[in-house]
Design a protein around this ligand. Structure first.
Ligand SMILES: [Zn+2]
Length: 179
């Protein structure tokens, strides 16, 4: 039990010192017109109409992926997932992250210190909510994934703070893992 308490204390500390720049402050995030406009003008390998996205995604996925909303911390499917596997963009299926670079940031969102491979995402400035952040979008379909911060662990020092709603986890096949 002692180790458990220590872990909790560590998590609380991380929450205090590492997460001041969380994706939101539990404020309902209004759809960001600038982002929507940019998404429409940028070219991506996967392009769909707004009606198609609405039809294919759940209402929550649509709000996050296509309107850059942020899910509430500690509510998503994957903030505490530790199983080996890959995390795909929930909109287009592209592999964006792997479990190998996932870490417990204590923030309540899935956090990764690196991408599955280079050029999986596009970064852009996000000055909404009265603060400067770096938005992370899928390079394949332009969907909003989350934000990037520079308070992550080594070796990159980066923290990709990603919404669970933007991801689909695929566990590594146990047969493959034994190979
Ligand atoms: Zn995508």
């Amino acid at each position: 039990m002692k180790a458990r308490f220590n872990w909790l204390a560590l998590g609380a500390l991380a929450l205090t010192v590492g997460c001041h720049a969380s994706p939101n402050n539990n404020v309902a995030v209004a759809p960001q017109t600038a982002n929507s406009t940019t998404n429409q003008t940028m070219k991506f390998p996967v392009t769909k109409t707004d009606a198609e996205w609405r039809q294919e995604l759940t209402p929550e996925q649509y709000r996050v992926l296509r309107q850059a909303d942020t899910e509430r911390p500690f509510t998503g499917k994957y903030w505490n997932t530790r199983e080996p596997g890959v995390y795909r963009c929930a909109a287009c299926g592209e592999i964006i992250f792997t479990s190998e670079t996932k870490f417990d940031s204590g923030c309540g969102w899935p956090s990764f210190y690196d991408l599955a491979a280079e050029k999986k995402v596009i970064l852009r400035d996000d000055d909404s909510l009265g603060m400067h952040r770096t938005e992370v979008i899928c390079a394949h379909c332009g969907s909003h994934l989350g934000h990037l911060f520079d308070d992550g662990p080594k070796p990159t020092g980066l923290r990709y703070c990603i919404n669970s709603a933007s991801l689909n986890f695929e566990a590594t096949n146990s047969a493959d893992a034994k190979k």
